[in-house]
Structure formats: structure tokens, C-alpha cells
Write a protein that binds this ligand. Structure first.
Ligand SMILES: *[C@@H]1O[C@H](CO)[C@@H](O)[C@H](O)[C@H]1NC(C)=O
Ligand SMILES: *[C@@H]1O[C@H](CO)[C@@H](O)[C@H](O)[C@H]1NC(C)=O
Ligand SMILES: *[C@@H]1O[C@H](CO)[C@@H](O)[C@H](O)[C@H]1NC(C)=O
Ligand SMILES: *[C@@H]1O[C@H](CO)[C@@H](O)[C@H](O)[C@H]1NC(C)=O
Ligand SMILES: *[C@@H]1O[C@H](CO)[C@@H](O)[C@H](O)[C@H]1NC(C)=O
Ligand SMILES: *[C@@H]1O[C@H](CO)[C@@H](O)[C@H](O)[C@H]1NC(C)=O
Ligand SMILES: *[C@@H]1O[C@H](CO)[C@@H](O)[C@H](O)[C@H]1NC(C)=O
Ligand SMILES: *[C@@H]1O[C@H](CO)[C@@H](O)[C@H](O)[C@H]1NC(C)=O
Ligand SMILES: *[C@@H]1O[C@H](CO)[C@@H](O)[C@H](O)[C@H]1NC(C)=O
Ligand SMILES: *[C@@H]1O[C@H](CO)[C@@H](O)[C@H](O)[C@H]1NC(C)=O
Ligand SMILES: *[C@@H]1O[C@H](CO)[C@@H](O)[C@H](O)[C@H]1NC(C)=O
Ligand SMILES: *[C@@H]1O[C@H](CO)[C@@H](O)[C@H](O)[C@H]1NC(C)=O
Length: 398
């Protein structure tokens, strides 16, 4: 029953399209006394295996419309239970525990139905799956639990992000006016950033030389260092992980036509594909398709709308500085010392290089500086030659 609470920027978990939905429920005894009240906003992120044995991920909010069948105030000694049912047979349930002075959430069970073809169109395992965890620490018996900030609860392939939560149990029909806030809402306590996903430092990747041949002739040339920066699920947490492509263990392949070119780099289980296209008289990197394999989990990440590494047809593209290609919200690629020529390769050698913008910006002052230096030298040479001529002219006079 691991429980992780932390303040994380929303984008870390790819919740950019979080919708503002909340369920508000009240559980009453037969005598119509309210015992449980909840107003909760939560987004679920579920990782599941597809029928093609790849990993997929679905993100959805708990909707506004829910039922509370199965909930109980906990008569006859059993624990009060808040059971919230929604959608196609999904259930969120939380029971509560108390002693004489405090109460807390006890066991939080989220059950999702992978037969729901809207959310899980391609799930391999069909049926009801559960994720069990805990929710909220003890608070005084006569108080309301409040948390405006994000609370992240991770267990068994499910990440639940809660915010703007109001919870009351053991209410005995009284509106509990005393509010106890979660740590994240408390401005005096620092946010629990230690639990935020971290990235381990890694050496700069080695630069590899790759080529693609079109039958007998080399039709594409590339050299670069590649470092993938992927948000991978490990032990129930998404962690930014760096993966360097090792040229020694990487095979290159691909294809060339006069309108598009593909470079595929295969480093054991990691496959990085670059698709080059032509617009007007320039080529550029238009698409990337990255396959990451970890154990039995495979994820494929594609971006068809890139615009990198542009240069004129007939030339090659060169960029010595580090560049960042954002393939998806879960995958960044750091590139180093890139040189590519996906078209019009002659005699397996690179044509004239077109330097990337930043390098050009950098070379302009150098060129101007060098030109000024040459000018100064020319002026000095002219001055000394002029003086010598003057002197020799003088000697002739005397
Ligand atoms: C519970 O409280 C509400 C308002 O606070 C009141 O209208 C209602 O009569 C109470 N019910 C019982 C059974 O005391
Ligand atoms: C809450 O529910 C869980 C699972 O059903 C159960 O193991 C636990 O004993 C319950 N807690 C209380 C206080 O009854
Ligand atoms: C109730 O539980 C809290 C923490 O779980 C503990 O600190 C407190 O001493 C307990 N009170 C009683 C009366 O058992
Ligand atoms: C809530 O309980 C605390 C002690 O647990 C007490 O000091 C306080 O007066 C109570 N407040 C209300 C509104 O009952
Ligand atoms: C938070 O919830 C309250 C109701 O409990 C609602 O009035 C308010 O608009 C919500 N705030 C946000 C930012 O969703
Ligand atoms: C990896 O990506 C994450 C999220 O964008 C970022 O915070 C981190 O600095 C990146 N690491 C490297 C080494 O680029
Ligand atoms: C694969 O996942 C494990 C944990 O599940 C992690 O420790 C390891 O770094 C991952 N490997 C890669 C290449 O991401
Ligand atoms: C690749 O192989 C060369 C020579 O065998 C070695 O010097 C180099 O360190 C290797 N690079 C990596 C990244 O393993
Ligand atoms: C590509 O080659 C085909 C035949 O080889 C030709 O019909 C077509 O016009 C060429 N396209 C371009 C953009 O050169
Ligand atoms: C991405 O690459 C994988 C493996 O090479 C392939 O199965 C998949 O069809 C490719 N996807 C796209 C959109 O190109
Ligand atoms: C592709 O990117 C351009 C700008 O980079 C953007 O205007 C366009 O909407 C994007 N198209 C898609 C399908 O994402
Ligand atoms: C092709 O390159 C080789 C060496 O890489 C060179 O010897 C040869 O002259 C070149 N041929 C042409 C036609 O440039």
C-alpha cells in the first residue's frame, strides 16, 4: 500500500488536458443524518498492455455524474464506506477508520473495467482490475479534510491526481466547520519535492557515423550523438530516464527515394527512426518514431509534425551545439554534433555543410572580426611599405 504525495508540475504526468470535473456526494443514514460528504476532483492515468503487447496509457477524470450505491455510514460496528460508481462499471471506494480523537481514510480501492471499449479499446486483459492504496492521514474527529493542491497517489499501474478535495466522515449530521489542510496547502511546510521524479546524470553520448545504402550506393549520411530522455514507469512512478545510443552497438538501416528518406537506428531494444522530407528546395526532419523496450513493456512514440535540421537540397546540415527535440510529452531527445545529408549524396561523402542558425550567429562575429583583423594588417603593411618607399625616395634625394 504505497502512498506517494508530492507537488509536481502538471505537465510531468502529461495532464495538460486535465478537465475540471468534480463529483460531490453525500451519504446519509436511514434517519437522513449525513455521515460522509465528499467533493473530489481526480484524474486517473492508467498504463495497460495492449493486444499487440505494447504499453498504452489512458488519462481520464472522474466525471460529475456518479452513483453512491454500496456506500454505508457503518452501522453495527463496520467501517463507514464511500463507494462512488461511474462510467462503464468503474468504482472508487474509500473506507474510514477512527479512534476516540482522530479519523483518516483507510483503504482506497480503485476498480476499473477494461471491457470499457471507449477507454481501453485495445486492452489485452479484459475485466475488472484494481489498484489498492491509502488516502489522507489522521485528522481530528470534528474536522473537514481539505486539499487544494495536487495530491498524487500511485499504485499498480494507476496514477491518481487529486486536487480541490473536501472530505468529511463521522459527521453526525453536523457541518464540520474546522478545516485541516494537507501539507501541500500549508505555506509554511516546504513541498515534498524529494519525491518528485528525478533524472540521473549521464555522460554525453558518443557520436556515431551512420549511412543508408540504396542497393549499391550510399544515399544517406548521418553522424550524431543521441541521448533519449524518457519518462518511464518504474515501480509505479514516472521517472525521467536518460538512455544514450551507443554507436558501437547500433545498426543503421533505412530507405531513400527522391522525395523522402528514412534513417533507422537500432540499438539493441531501442529503435529511433528519422523521416526526412522535402519542402520547396530544402530538406528537413519531419517525423520521428521511437520504440522503447523494457522487459515485456514496449512503447512507441511518434511525432509526425517536426521541423528540424533544415538545409538546401544538395547540401548537408551541420549543428555542433546540443539540440533538444521534443517528440512527445514523455520523450525528449538531446542531439549532439549532428551532420546529416538525407538526399543527393554523391560518392558517399557529405556535400557542403549548412551550419545551424546558432552556429551561424556565432560565426558571423568571427568572420567580421577576422575581416577587421585582415584590414588592420593590410593598413599596417601599406603604412610600412609607404614609409620605406618614402625613405628610399629620400635617400635618392640626398
Ligand atoms: C441534518 O441537518 C440538516 C441541516 O443541517 C437538517 O435540516 C436535518 O433536519 C438534520 N437531520 C437530522 C436527522 O437531524
Ligand atoms: C477497509 O477496507 C479494506 C478492504 O476491503 C479492509 O481490509 C479494511 O479492514 C477496511 N477497514 C476497516 C477499518 O474496516
Ligand atoms: C488515535 O490515533 C492517533 C494516531 O493514529 C494517536 O496519536 C492517538 O493517540 C490515538 N488516540 C487514542 C485515544 O487512541
Ligand atoms: C474539535 O475537537 C477539538 C479537540 O479534539 C476541540 O478542542 C474543539 O473544541 C472541537 N471543535 C468543535 C467545533 O467541536
Ligand atoms: C473547488 O471546489 C469548490 C467546491 O468544493 C468549488 O466551488 C471551486 O470552484 C473549486 N475550485 C476549483 C479551482 O476547481
Ligand atoms: C529530461 O527531461 C525532463 C523533462 O523535460 C527535464 O526536466 C530534464 O532536465 C531532462 N534531462 C536532460 C538531461 O535533458
Ligand atoms: C526498465 O525498467 C526498470 C524498472 O522497471 C528500470 O530500472 C530500468 O532502468 C529500465 N530500463 C530502461 C532501459 O529504461
Ligand atoms: C566504442 O568502441 C570503442 C573502441 O572499441 C571504445 O573506445 C569506445 O569507448 C566505445 N564506446 C562506447 C560508448 O562504448
Ligand atoms: C521522383 O522520381 C520519379 C521517378 O523516378 C519522378 O517521376 C518524380 O518526378 C521525382 N520527383 C521529384 C520531386 O524529383
Ligand atoms: C514506428 O516504428 C514501429 C517499429 O519500427 C512500427 O511498427 C510502427 O508502424 C511505426 N509507426 C509509425 C507511425 O511510423
Ligand atoms: C504542426 O506544427 C505547426 C507549428 O510547428 C502547427 O502550426 C500545426 O498546428 C501542427 N500540426 C499538427 C497536426 O499538430
Ligand atoms: C570518390 O571518393 C574517393 C575517396 O573517398 C575518391 O578517391 C574518388 O576520387 C571520388 N570520386 C569522385 C568521382 O569524386
Amino acid at each position: 500500500m504505497d502512498r506517494y504525495l508530492c507537488c509536481v508540475t502538471l505537465c510531468l504526468l502529461g495532464l495538460g488536458f486535465m478537465q475540471s470535473k468534480a463529483f460531490e456526494v453525500t451519504i446519509q443514514e436511514e434517519s437522513k443524518k449525513t455521515c460522509i460528504y465528499a467533493n473530489v476532483q481526480v484524474n486517473f492515468t492508467i498504463e495497460y498492455e495492449t493486444n499487440k503487447s505494447t504499453q498504452n496509457r489512458v488519462i481520464f477524470p472522474a466525471p460529475d455524474t456518479v452513483t453512491t450505491d454500496g456506500s454505508t455510514c457503518g452501522e453495527s460496528g463496520e467501517a463507514p464506506l464511500l463507494r462512488v460508481n461511474f462510467g462503464n462499471n468503474h468504482t472508487w471506494s474509500l473506507n474510514f477508520t477512527r479512534n476516540d480523537t482522530v479519523y483518516s481514510g483507510d483503504v482506497l480501492i480503485f476498480t476499473y473495467n477494461t471491457n470499457d471499449t471507449t477507454l481501453f479499446p485495445d486492452a489485452k486483459r479484459k475485466g475488472l482490475l484494481t489498484s489498492t492504496t491509502s488516502f489522507f492521514d489522521p485528522i481530528p474527529l470534528n474536522a473537514t479534510y481539505k486539499c487544494f493542491h495536487d495530491e498524487i497517489v500511485v499504485a499498480q499501474n494507476v496514477t491518481q491526481v487529486y486536487w480541490n478535495v473536501t472530505l468529511q466522515a463521522y459527521a453526525q449530521n453536523a457541518t464540520l466547520s474546522r478545516e485541516v489542510h494537507c501539507n501541500a496547502d500549508n505555506p509554511t511546510s516546504p513541498p515534498l519535492t524529494t519525491l518528485a521524479p528525478t533524472t540521473k546524470p549521464l555522460d554525453k553520448p558518443a557520436v556515431g557515423n551512420y549511412s543508408v545504402s540504396n542497393g549499391t550506393e550510399t544515399c544517406l549520411l548521418a553522424s550524431m550523438g543521441l541521448q533519449l530522455n524518457a519518462s518511464l514507469l518504474a515501480e509505479g512512478k514516472n521517472i525521467w530516464t536518460l538512455i544514450n545510443i551507443n554507436p558501437n552497438t547500433t545498426l543503421s538501416s533505412g530507405s531513400c527515394s527522391n522525395e523522402s528518406a528514412l534513417l533507422r537506428l537500432n540499438d539493441s531494444s531501442t529503435i529511433v527512426e528519422f523521416y526526412f522530407s522535402i519542402k520547396k528546395s530544402n530538406f528537413y526532419l519531419q517525423e520521428m518514431n521511437v520504440t522503447l523496450t523494457n522487459g515485456s513493456g514496449i512503447s512507441q512514440i511518434t511525432n509526425r509534425n517536426l521541423s528540424f535540421w533544415e538545409a538546401s537540397l544538395g547540401n548537408s546540415y551541420l549543428c555542433r551545439k546540443e539540440q533538444l527535440i521534443t517528440v512527445s510529452e514523455d520523450l525528449n531527445i538531446n542531439t549532439f554534433d549532428v551532420r546529416v545529408q538525407p538526399f543527393s549524396v554523391k560518392n558517399a561523402t557529405y556535400a557542403t555543410a549548412e551550419d545551424c542558425f546558432a552556429d551561424q550567429n556565432f560565426t558571423v562575429p568571427i568572420v567580421v572580426g577576422a575581416a577587421l583583423g585582415v584590414l588592420v594588417i593590410l593598413v599596417m603593411v601599406a603604412y610600412f611599405i609607404g614609409r620605406r618607399n618614402q625613405r628610399s625616395a629620400g635617400y635618392e634625394h640626398f
